[in-house]
Design a protein around this ligand. Sequence first.
Ligand code: TEU
Length: 531
Amino acid sequence: MGDQVTDAGWWSDAVGYEVYLRSFADSDGDGIGDLPGLISRLDHLADLGVDIVWVTPFYPSPMADFGYDVADHTGVDPRFGTIDDLDRLVAAVHERDMRLLIDLVPNHTSDQHEWFRSALADPASPYRDFYIWRDGAPDGGPPNNWRSHFGGPAWTLDEASGQWWCHLFLPEQPDLNWANPDVRAAFEDIITHWLARGVDGFRIDVAHSLVKHPSFADNPVLVEVGPDASAGEAFGAMRHDHDLDQPGTLDVYRDWHRLAREHDAVLLGEVYLDSAEAVGAYVADGVLDLSFFFPVLHTTWDAEVLRHVVTATLTHGRGRFAWVHSSHDDPRAPTRFGGGDRGRRRALSFLAFTAFLPGPLFLYQGDELGLVDGEVDPAAASDPVAVRNTNPDGGRDPVRTPMPWSPDAPNLGFSTGTPWLPMPANHTAADTVDAQREDPGSTLHAVRRLLRTRRERRPGTDPVELLAEGPAEVLGYRSGDVLVVLNAGDRTVTVPLPGPVELAFSNGTVDVGSGRAVLEPDAVAVMEVTT
Ligand code: TEU
Protein backbone atom coordinates (compact mmCIF):
# COMPACT_ATOMS: atom_id res chain seq x y z
CA MET A 1 0.00 0.00 0.00
CA GLY A 2 1.24 3.48 -0.79
CA ASP A 3 4.21 4.37 -2.96
CA GLN A 4 7.57 3.73 -1.41
CA VAL A 5 10.00 6.57 -0.74
CA THR A 6 12.26 7.61 -3.55
CA ASP A 7 15.14 9.13 -1.60
CA ALA A 8 15.44 6.82 1.39
CA GLY A 9 18.33 7.68 3.71
CA TRP A 10 19.93 6.19 6.80
CA TRP A 11 16.90 7.32 8.78
CA SER A 12 14.28 5.41 6.79
CA ASP A 13 14.54 2.27 8.86
CA ALA A 14 15.90 3.71 12.08
CA VAL A 15 14.79 3.34 15.69
CA GLY A 16 14.61 6.74 17.36
CA TYR A 17 14.43 7.61 21.04
CA GLU A 18 13.20 10.90 22.49
CA VAL A 19 15.18 12.17 25.46
CA TYR A 20 13.28 14.79 27.47
CA LEU A 21 16.55 16.17 28.76
CA ARG A 22 15.23 17.82 31.90
CA SER A 23 13.88 14.50 33.17
CA PHE A 24 16.39 11.97 31.86
CA ALA A 25 19.45 11.89 34.13
CA ASP A 26 20.86 14.52 36.48
CA SER A 27 24.65 14.42 36.89
CA ASP A 28 25.19 17.31 39.31
CA GLY A 29 22.42 17.01 41.89
CA ASP A 30 20.53 20.19 40.97
CA GLY A 31 17.43 18.11 40.29
CA ILE A 32 17.45 18.85 36.55
CA GLY A 33 18.54 16.34 33.93
CA ASP A 34 21.56 17.47 31.92
CA LEU A 35 23.91 16.65 29.04
CA PRO A 36 26.56 14.83 31.16
CA GLY A 37 23.71 12.77 32.66
CA LEU A 38 22.54 11.84 29.17
CA ILE A 39 26.07 10.92 28.10
CA SER A 40 26.41 8.66 31.16
CA ARG A 41 23.26 6.76 30.10
CA LEU A 42 23.93 6.36 26.38
CA ASP A 43 24.86 2.70 26.79
CA HIS A 44 21.29 2.01 27.86
CA LEU A 45 20.11 3.35 24.52
CA ALA A 46 22.77 1.54 22.50
CA ASP A 47 21.93 -1.76 24.28
CA LEU A 48 18.28 -1.25 23.52
CA GLY A 49 18.94 -0.98 19.78
CA VAL A 50 18.43 2.76 19.29
CA ASP A 51 19.85 4.38 16.14
CA ILE A 52 18.77 8.00 16.64
CA VAL A 53 18.84 9.97 19.88
CA TRP A 54 16.58 13.03 19.74
CA VAL A 55 17.33 15.43 22.57
CA THR A 56 14.81 18.15 23.51
CA PRO A 57 16.02 21.78 23.75
CA PHE A 58 19.21 22.44 25.74
CA TYR A 59 19.56 26.09 24.71
CA PRO A 60 19.74 29.04 27.11
CA SER A 61 16.16 29.70 28.16
CA PRO A 62 14.13 31.37 30.90
CA MET A 63 12.27 28.01 30.97
CA ALA A 64 8.78 29.52 30.74
CA ASP A 65 8.03 26.47 28.55
CA PHE A 66 10.96 24.40 29.82
CA GLY A 67 13.33 25.18 26.99
CA TYR A 68 10.85 25.55 24.12
CA ASP A 69 11.36 29.27 24.76
CA VAL A 70 14.82 29.65 23.24
CA ALA A 71 16.89 32.71 24.16
CA ASP A 72 20.01 31.76 22.18
CA HIS A 73 19.88 29.17 19.40
CA THR A 74 23.55 28.30 19.41
CA GLY A 75 24.29 28.11 23.14
CA VAL A 76 23.75 25.66 25.99
CA ASP A 77 21.88 26.60 29.17
CA PRO A 78 24.21 26.19 32.18
CA ARG A 79 21.54 24.06 33.88
CA PHE A 80 21.96 21.54 31.05
CA GLY A 81 25.76 21.78 30.76
CA THR A 82 28.25 23.50 28.50
CA ILE A 83 28.98 23.66 24.81
CA ASP A 84 31.85 21.23 25.47
CA ASP A 85 29.33 18.78 26.93
CA LEU A 86 27.34 19.12 23.72
CA ASP A 87 30.44 18.33 21.63
CA ARG A 88 31.09 15.37 23.93
CA LEU A 89 27.52 14.21 23.42
CA VAL A 90 27.90 14.32 19.63
CA ALA A 91 31.11 12.28 19.88
CA ALA A 92 29.71 9.80 22.42
CA VAL A 93 26.59 9.20 20.32
CA HIS A 94 28.69 8.65 17.20
CA GLU A 95 31.10 6.31 19.03
CA ARG A 96 28.11 4.06 19.66
CA ASP A 97 27.06 4.14 15.99
CA MET A 98 24.04 6.24 16.80
CA ARG A 99 23.08 9.66 15.43
CA LEU A 100 21.98 12.80 17.23
CA LEU A 101 18.93 14.91 16.40
CA ILE A 102 18.49 18.21 18.15
CA ASP A 103 15.33 20.24 18.53
CA LEU A 104 14.96 23.31 16.34
CA VAL A 105 12.28 25.76 17.49
CA PRO A 106 11.53 28.08 14.55
CA ASN A 107 7.94 29.14 15.23
CA HIS A 108 8.85 31.41 18.13
CA THR A 109 11.68 32.47 20.39
CA SER A 110 11.81 33.41 24.04
CA ASP A 111 10.82 36.96 24.88
CA GLN A 112 14.34 37.13 26.38
CA HIS A 113 16.00 36.44 23.03
CA GLU A 114 18.09 39.46 22.02
CA TRP A 115 16.00 39.76 18.85
CA PHE A 116 12.79 40.23 20.80
CA ARG A 117 14.37 42.44 23.43
CA SER A 118 15.56 44.73 20.69
CA ALA A 119 12.20 44.56 18.89
CA LEU A 120 10.33 45.49 22.05
CA ALA A 121 12.72 48.22 23.16
CA ASP A 122 12.75 50.01 19.82
CA PRO A 123 10.04 49.81 17.15
CA ALA A 124 12.64 51.12 14.67
CA SER A 125 14.99 48.21 15.43
CA PRO A 126 15.88 45.95 12.49
CA TYR A 127 14.61 43.13 14.70
CA ARG A 128 11.12 44.60 15.08
CA ASP A 129 10.08 42.87 11.84
CA PHE A 130 11.49 39.53 13.08
CA TYR A 131 8.20 39.24 14.96
CA ILE A 132 4.54 39.77 14.16
CA TRP A 133 3.05 43.09 15.28
CA ARG A 134 -0.46 44.31 14.59
CA ASP A 135 -2.68 47.13 15.71
CA GLY A 136 -5.59 46.16 17.95
CA ALA A 137 -9.20 45.81 16.86
CA PRO A 138 -11.34 48.99 16.80
CA ASP A 139 -12.84 47.98 20.17
CA GLY A 140 -9.37 48.00 21.71
CA GLY A 141 -9.14 44.19 21.87
CA PRO A 142 -6.64 41.90 20.14
CA PRO A 143 -6.14 42.15 16.34
CA ASN A 144 -8.10 38.96 15.61
CA ASN A 145 -9.72 35.95 17.30
CA TRP A 146 -6.69 33.62 17.19
CA ARG A 147 -6.09 31.60 20.34
CA SER A 148 -2.93 30.47 22.06
CA HIS A 149 -2.44 26.70 22.40
CA PHE A 150 -1.78 27.34 26.06
CA GLY A 151 -4.89 29.42 26.81
CA GLY A 152 -6.09 32.97 26.15
CA PRO A 153 -5.71 35.09 23.03
CA ALA A 154 -2.72 34.61 20.72
CA TRP A 155 -1.85 38.31 21.17
CA THR A 156 -0.32 40.43 23.92
CA LEU A 157 -0.32 44.22 23.95
CA ASP A 158 2.99 46.11 24.00
CA GLU A 159 1.75 49.20 25.79
CA ALA A 160 4.73 51.32 24.77
CA SER A 161 4.08 51.01 21.04
CA GLY A 162 0.36 50.30 21.25
CA GLN A 163 0.81 47.23 19.03
CA TRP A 164 0.18 43.57 19.84
CA TRP A 165 2.60 40.70 19.30
CA CYS A 166 1.44 37.31 18.09
CA HIS A 167 2.16 34.14 20.10
CA LEU A 168 0.53 30.80 19.34
CA PHE A 169 1.96 29.57 22.66
CA LEU A 170 2.85 31.63 25.76
CA PRO A 171 3.16 35.44 25.66
CA GLU A 172 6.83 34.74 26.51
CA GLN A 173 7.08 32.83 23.19
CA PRO A 174 6.59 35.53 20.52
CA ASP A 175 6.06 34.07 17.04
CA LEU A 176 8.69 34.83 14.43
CA ASN A 177 7.73 36.55 11.19
CA TRP A 178 8.55 34.04 8.46
CA ALA A 179 7.54 36.55 5.79
CA ASN A 180 10.81 38.35 6.63
CA PRO A 181 13.76 37.03 4.56
CA ASP A 182 16.12 37.99 7.40
CA VAL A 183 14.41 35.44 9.67
CA ARG A 184 14.95 32.80 7.00
CA ALA A 185 18.60 33.76 6.68
CA ALA A 186 19.07 33.68 10.46
CA PHE A 187 17.70 30.14 10.69
CA GLU A 188 19.79 28.94 7.77
CA ASP A 189 22.80 30.19 9.74
CA ILE A 190 21.61 28.33 12.85
CA ILE A 191 21.11 25.12 10.90
CA THR A 192 24.51 25.45 9.22
CA HIS A 193 26.12 26.10 12.60
CA TRP A 194 24.82 22.87 14.12
CA LEU A 195 25.44 20.73 11.06
CA ALA A 196 29.05 21.92 11.07
CA ARG A 197 29.21 20.92 14.73
CA GLY A 198 28.30 17.37 13.79
CA VAL A 199 24.64 16.92 14.62
CA ASP A 200 22.79 14.56 12.30
CA GLY A 201 19.56 16.44 11.91
CA PHE A 202 16.69 18.29 13.50
CA ARG A 203 13.33 17.60 15.02
CA ILE A 204 11.42 20.70 13.97
CA ASP A 205 9.08 22.04 16.62
CA VAL A 206 5.55 23.11 15.56
CA ALA A 207 6.55 22.57 11.96
CA HIS A 208 3.08 23.34 10.64
CA SER A 209 2.61 26.94 11.71
CA LEU A 210 5.64 29.04 10.84
CA VAL A 211 3.91 31.03 8.11
CA LYS A 212 0.70 32.91 8.91
CA HIS A 213 -1.92 34.03 6.42
CA PRO A 214 -1.01 37.60 5.34
CA SER A 215 -4.62 38.74 5.87
CA PHE A 216 -4.47 37.93 9.61
CA ALA A 217 -8.20 37.34 9.29
CA ASP A 218 -10.29 35.75 12.06
CA ASN A 219 -10.44 31.97 12.10
CA PRO A 220 -13.94 30.57 11.54
CA VAL A 221 -15.50 29.61 14.86
CA LEU A 222 -16.81 26.03 14.95
CA VAL A 223 -18.29 26.04 18.44
CA GLU A 224 -18.76 28.90 20.88
CA VAL A 225 -16.90 28.15 24.10
CA GLY A 226 -17.28 29.88 27.43
CA PRO A 227 -14.58 31.23 29.71
CA ASP A 228 -14.47 27.86 31.50
CA ALA A 229 -13.21 26.01 28.42
CA SER A 230 -9.77 24.48 28.74
CA ALA A 231 -6.95 25.78 26.55
CA GLY A 232 -7.24 22.71 24.32
CA GLU A 233 -11.02 23.02 23.97
CA ALA A 234 -10.80 26.70 23.10
CA PHE A 235 -8.06 26.06 20.53
CA GLY A 236 -10.07 23.21 19.00
CA ALA A 237 -13.24 25.30 18.83
CA MET A 238 -12.07 27.11 15.69
CA ARG A 239 -10.96 26.09 12.21
CA HIS A 240 -7.35 27.13 11.88
CA ASP A 241 -7.65 28.55 8.37
CA HIS A 242 -5.26 31.43 8.92
CA ASP A 243 -2.77 30.48 11.63
CA LEU A 244 -1.78 26.87 10.80
CA ASP A 245 -0.66 24.96 7.71
CA GLN A 246 -0.16 27.89 5.35
CA PRO A 247 1.31 27.09 1.91
CA GLY A 248 4.55 29.12 2.15
CA THR A 249 5.78 26.95 5.02
CA LEU A 250 6.94 24.23 2.65
CA ASP A 251 9.20 26.69 0.80
CA VAL A 252 11.11 27.25 4.03
CA TYR A 253 11.72 23.51 4.28
CA ARG A 254 12.79 23.23 0.64
CA ASP A 255 15.66 25.56 1.49
CA TRP A 256 16.53 23.62 4.64
CA HIS A 257 16.37 20.35 2.75
CA ARG A 258 19.19 21.50 0.50
CA LEU A 259 21.30 22.38 3.55
CA ALA A 260 20.52 19.07 5.25
CA ARG A 261 21.41 17.10 2.13
CA GLU A 262 24.88 18.63 2.03
CA HIS A 263 25.52 16.97 5.40
CA ASP A 264 23.45 13.81 4.95
CA ALA A 265 21.30 15.09 7.81
CA VAL A 266 17.62 14.45 8.41
CA LEU A 267 14.69 16.83 8.93
CA LEU A 268 11.89 15.42 11.10
CA GLY A 269 8.82 17.61 11.50
CA GLU A 270 6.46 17.93 14.40
CA VAL A 271 3.56 18.47 12.03
CA TYR A 272 0.74 18.51 14.54
CA LEU A 273 -2.20 18.25 12.11
CA ASP A 274 -4.96 15.66 12.15
CA SER A 275 -5.22 15.10 8.41
CA ALA A 276 -2.78 12.50 7.08
CA GLU A 277 -3.09 14.06 3.66
CA ALA A 278 -2.08 17.46 5.03
CA VAL A 279 0.89 15.98 6.92
CA GLY A 280 1.81 14.01 3.79
CA ALA A 281 2.44 17.28 1.91
CA TYR A 282 5.24 18.12 4.38
CA VAL A 283 7.10 14.94 3.45
CA ALA A 284 6.89 15.35 -0.31
CA ASP A 285 10.18 14.95 -2.20
CA GLY A 286 12.56 17.78 -1.39
CA VAL A 287 10.65 19.03 1.65
CA LEU A 288 10.94 17.32 5.08
CA ASP A 289 12.39 13.82 5.18
CA LEU A 290 10.11 12.64 7.95
CA SER A 291 7.21 13.74 10.09
CA PHE A 292 5.43 12.45 13.12
CA PHE A 293 1.75 11.76 12.52
CA PHE A 294 0.11 12.48 15.85
CA PRO A 295 -3.24 10.71 15.46
CA VAL A 296 -1.17 7.54 16.03
CA LEU A 297 -0.33 8.78 19.50
CA HIS A 298 -3.90 9.77 20.24
CA THR A 299 -5.45 6.37 19.49
CA THR A 300 -7.61 4.51 21.95
CA TRP A 301 -7.65 0.71 22.08
CA ASP A 302 -10.21 0.18 19.37
CA ALA A 303 -9.60 -1.93 16.28
CA GLU A 304 -11.31 0.55 13.94
CA VAL A 305 -9.35 3.52 15.29
CA LEU A 306 -6.06 1.61 15.10
CA ARG A 307 -6.82 0.40 11.59
CA HIS A 308 -7.68 3.93 10.52
CA VAL A 309 -4.36 5.46 11.68
CA VAL A 310 -2.36 2.58 10.23
CA THR A 311 -4.09 2.84 6.85
CA ALA A 312 -3.76 6.64 6.81
CA THR A 313 -0.04 6.34 7.62
CA LEU A 314 0.58 3.80 4.88
CA THR A 315 -1.38 5.79 2.31
CA HIS A 316 -0.10 9.29 3.01
CA GLY A 317 3.12 8.66 4.92
CA ARG A 318 4.71 6.44 2.25
CA GLY A 319 7.42 5.42 4.71
CA ARG A 320 8.03 8.98 5.85
CA PHE A 321 5.76 9.15 8.89
CA ALA A 322 7.76 8.17 11.96
CA TRP A 323 5.75 5.87 14.25
CA VAL A 324 5.25 7.55 17.62
CA HIS A 325 3.54 6.10 20.66
CA SER A 326 4.25 8.55 23.50
CA SER A 327 5.90 11.96 23.89
CA HIS A 328 6.61 14.74 26.38
CA ASP A 329 3.31 16.40 25.37
CA ASP A 330 0.69 13.67 25.39
CA PRO A 331 -0.45 10.76 27.56
CA ARG A 332 1.80 7.72 27.42
CA ALA A 333 0.55 4.72 25.42
CA PRO A 334 0.07 2.35 28.41
CA THR A 335 -2.07 5.00 30.12
CA ARG A 336 -4.06 5.75 26.98
CA PHE A 337 -4.71 2.04 26.51
CA GLY A 338 -6.23 1.58 29.97
CA GLY A 339 -3.30 1.73 32.38
CA GLY A 340 -1.81 -1.02 34.54
CA ASP A 341 -0.64 -4.36 33.18
CA ARG A 342 -3.34 -4.31 30.55
CA GLY A 343 -2.39 -0.91 29.18
CA ARG A 344 1.25 -1.96 29.23
CA ARG A 345 0.50 -5.17 27.31
CA ARG A 346 -1.52 -3.30 24.70
CA ALA A 347 1.14 -0.62 24.26
CA LEU A 348 3.82 -3.24 23.64
CA SER A 349 1.58 -5.10 21.19
CA PHE A 350 0.84 -1.97 19.18
CA LEU A 351 4.52 -1.00 19.27
CA ALA A 352 5.37 -4.43 17.84
CA PHE A 353 2.60 -4.12 15.25
CA THR A 354 4.03 -0.85 13.92
CA ALA A 355 7.65 -2.03 14.10
CA PHE A 356 7.56 -3.95 10.81
CA LEU A 357 5.68 -1.31 8.83
CA PRO A 358 7.47 1.28 6.66
CA GLY A 359 8.91 4.27 8.49
CA PRO A 360 11.21 4.81 11.47
CA LEU A 361 10.00 3.82 14.92
CA PHE A 362 10.33 6.27 17.80
CA LEU A 363 10.25 5.54 21.53
CA TYR A 364 9.85 8.14 24.24
CA GLN A 365 11.95 7.69 27.38
CA GLY A 366 10.17 5.15 29.55
CA ASP A 367 8.35 3.43 26.66
CA GLU A 368 10.94 0.66 26.95
CA LEU A 369 9.86 0.21 30.59
CA GLY A 370 6.12 0.24 29.95
CA LEU A 371 5.92 3.37 32.08
CA VAL A 372 2.45 4.79 32.75
CA ASP A 373 1.84 8.52 33.33
CA GLY A 374 3.22 9.69 36.67
CA GLU A 375 0.82 10.87 39.35
CA VAL A 376 1.62 14.52 40.03
CA ASP A 377 0.25 16.32 43.05
CA PRO A 378 -1.54 19.47 41.79
CA ALA A 379 0.58 21.46 44.26
CA ALA A 380 3.69 20.33 42.37
CA ALA A 381 2.32 21.23 38.91
CA SER A 382 4.92 22.96 36.74
CA ASP A 383 3.66 22.89 33.17
CA PRO A 384 2.34 26.33 32.20
CA VAL A 385 -0.65 24.60 30.59
CA ALA A 386 -1.62 23.40 34.08
CA VAL A 387 -0.41 26.34 36.12
CA ARG A 388 -1.71 29.25 34.07
CA ASN A 389 -5.23 28.07 33.36
CA THR A 390 -8.10 28.18 35.80
CA ASN A 391 -9.61 25.13 34.15
CA PRO A 392 -6.45 23.26 33.19
CA ASP A 393 -6.24 20.31 30.83
CA GLY A 394 -4.21 18.68 33.57
CA GLY A 395 -1.07 19.67 31.76
CA ARG A 396 1.90 17.66 30.63
CA ASP A 397 3.68 17.07 33.95
CA PRO A 398 2.47 13.44 34.25
CA VAL A 399 4.42 12.48 31.12
CA ARG A 400 7.51 14.44 32.14
CA THR A 401 8.25 12.92 35.54
CA PRO A 402 11.88 11.87 35.95
CA MET A 403 13.17 8.64 34.43
CA PRO A 404 13.47 5.77 36.96
CA TRP A 405 16.92 4.15 36.71
CA SER A 406 17.68 2.07 39.77
CA PRO A 407 15.59 0.69 42.62
CA ASP A 408 17.97 1.41 45.49
CA ALA A 409 19.30 4.90 44.70
CA PRO A 410 17.69 8.15 45.87
CA ASN A 411 14.94 9.29 43.51
CA LEU A 412 15.19 5.96 41.70
CA GLY A 413 18.61 7.00 40.41
CA PHE A 414 17.49 10.14 38.57
CA SER A 415 19.13 12.67 40.89
CA THR A 416 20.92 12.88 44.22
CA GLY A 417 19.21 16.24 44.80
CA THR A 418 15.56 17.27 44.77
CA PRO A 419 14.03 16.51 41.36
CA TRP A 420 12.43 19.52 39.65
CA LEU A 421 9.24 17.43 39.40
CA PRO A 422 8.79 14.91 42.23
CA MET A 423 9.28 11.21 41.52
CA PRO A 424 5.69 9.97 41.26
CA ALA A 425 4.47 7.50 43.88
CA ASN A 426 3.10 5.21 41.17
CA HIS A 427 6.55 4.66 39.64
CA THR A 428 8.18 2.00 41.75
CA ALA A 429 11.33 -0.12 41.91
CA ALA A 430 9.84 -2.53 39.35
CA ASP A 431 9.68 0.30 36.80
CA THR A 432 13.40 1.03 36.91
CA VAL A 433 15.88 0.19 34.17
CA ASP A 434 18.14 -1.78 36.55
CA ALA A 435 15.32 -3.89 37.97
CA GLN A 436 13.97 -4.66 34.52
CA ARG A 437 17.43 -5.53 33.25
CA GLU A 438 17.52 -8.32 35.87
CA ASP A 439 14.07 -9.62 34.92
CA PRO A 440 13.85 -11.58 31.64
CA GLY A 441 10.06 -11.18 31.73
CA SER A 442 10.24 -7.38 31.84
CA THR A 443 9.05 -4.89 29.25
CA LEU A 444 12.67 -3.80 28.80
CA HIS A 445 13.71 -7.30 27.71
CA ALA A 446 10.70 -7.56 25.43
CA VAL A 447 11.38 -4.22 23.73
CA ARG A 448 15.05 -5.08 23.27
CA ARG A 449 14.02 -8.43 21.72
CA LEU A 450 11.49 -6.67 19.52
CA LEU A 451 14.04 -4.18 18.22
CA ARG A 452 16.53 -6.99 17.54
CA THR A 453 13.85 -8.92 15.65
CA ARG A 454 13.00 -5.77 13.72
CA ARG A 455 16.62 -5.29 12.74
CA GLU A 456 16.95 -8.91 11.56
CA ARG A 457 13.64 -9.47 9.84
CA ARG A 458 12.46 -6.09 8.74
CA PRO A 459 11.15 -6.51 5.23
CA GLY A 460 12.69 -3.27 4.00
CA THR A 461 10.99 -1.97 0.91
CA ASP A 462 8.62 -4.90 0.31
CA PRO A 463 5.08 -3.63 -0.20
CA VAL A 464 2.65 -3.97 2.69
CA GLU A 465 -0.54 -5.90 2.18
CA LEU A 466 -3.17 -5.42 4.87
CA LEU A 467 -5.01 -8.64 5.75
CA ALA A 468 -8.63 -8.33 4.74
CA GLU A 469 -9.86 -11.65 6.11
CA GLY A 470 -10.42 -12.70 9.70
CA PRO A 471 -12.35 -11.29 12.65
CA ALA A 472 -13.06 -7.52 12.66
CA GLU A 473 -11.09 -6.94 15.87
CA VAL A 474 -7.92 -8.33 14.28
CA LEU A 475 -5.41 -6.15 12.48
CA GLY A 476 -2.88 -7.84 10.27
CA TYR A 477 -0.46 -7.33 7.42
CA ARG A 478 2.09 -9.12 5.35
CA SER A 479 5.26 -7.55 4.02
CA GLY A 480 7.68 -9.89 2.26
CA ASP A 481 7.84 -13.01 4.46
CA VAL A 482 6.84 -11.15 7.60
CA LEU A 483 3.27 -11.55 8.80
CA VAL A 484 2.01 -9.57 11.80
CA VAL A 485 -1.33 -10.08 13.54
CA LEU A 486 -2.77 -8.08 16.47
CA ASN A 487 -5.89 -8.89 18.48
CA ALA A 488 -7.46 -5.58 19.53
CA GLY A 489 -10.69 -7.22 20.69
CA ASP A 490 -11.77 -8.72 23.99
CA ARG A 491 -12.09 -12.39 23.02
CA THR A 492 -9.58 -14.98 21.85
CA VAL A 493 -9.42 -15.11 18.04
CA THR A 494 -8.28 -17.63 15.46
CA VAL A 495 -6.67 -16.15 12.38
CA PRO A 496 -6.17 -18.18 9.19
CA LEU A 497 -2.54 -18.24 7.94
CA PRO A 498 -1.28 -18.71 4.38
CA GLY A 499 1.05 -21.61 5.32
CA PRO A 500 3.69 -22.72 7.81
CA VAL A 501 5.22 -19.92 9.89
CA GLU A 502 7.86 -19.40 12.52
CA LEU A 503 7.07 -17.13 15.45
CA ALA A 504 9.64 -14.30 15.52
CA PHE A 505 8.18 -12.19 18.35
CA SER A 506 5.03 -12.29 20.42
CA ASN A 507 3.38 -10.54 23.31
CA GLY A 508 0.55 -12.13 25.26
CA THR A 509 -0.54 -15.72 24.78
CA VAL A 510 -0.18 -16.80 21.18
CA ASP A 511 -0.44 -20.27 19.67
CA VAL A 512 0.83 -20.58 16.14
CA GLY A 513 0.09 -23.82 14.33
CA SER A 514 -0.13 -24.90 10.73
CA GLY A 515 -2.68 -22.84 8.91
CA ARG A 516 -3.83 -20.71 11.87
CA ALA A 517 -2.76 -18.52 14.78
CA VAL A 518 -4.70 -18.22 18.04
CA LEU A 519 -4.29 -14.96 19.94
CA GLU A 520 -5.71 -13.97 23.31
CA PRO A 521 -7.03 -10.39 23.69
CA ASP A 522 -4.30 -7.69 23.39
CA ALA A 523 -1.78 -10.16 21.94
CA VAL A 524 0.44 -9.68 18.91
CA ALA A 525 2.29 -12.26 16.82
CA VAL A 526 5.13 -11.43 14.45
CA MET A 527 5.68 -14.43 12.18
CA GLU A 528 7.90 -15.41 9.32
CA VAL A 529 6.25 -17.35 6.53
CA THR A 530 8.58 -20.26 5.88
CA THR A 531 7.47 -21.42 2.44
O1 TEU B 1 4.40 21.20 20.79
C1 TEU B 1 3.51 21.77 19.87
C2 TEU B 1 2.11 21.41 20.06
O2 TEU B 1 1.32 21.61 19.16
C3 TEU B 1 1.79 20.86 21.41
O3 TEU B 1 2.05 21.91 22.27
C4 TEU B 1 0.42 20.40 21.63
O4 TEU B 1 -0.53 21.27 21.09
C5 TEU B 1 0.15 20.31 23.10
O5 TEU B 1 1.35 19.99 23.77
C6 TEU B 1 -0.84 19.23 23.39
O6 TEU B 1 -0.95 19.10 24.78
C7 TEU B 1 5.70 21.64 20.76
C8 TEU B 1 6.51 21.00 21.87
O7 TEU B 1 6.53 19.62 21.69
C9 TEU B 1 5.93 21.42 23.18
O8 TEU B 1 6.56 20.80 24.26
C10 TEU B 1 6.08 22.93 23.28
O9 TEU B 1 5.48 23.38 24.46
C11 TEU B 1 5.44 23.62 22.10
O10 TEU B 1 5.82 23.04 20.86
C12 TEU B 1 5.87 25.06 22.04
O11 TEU B 1 7.20 25.14 21.64
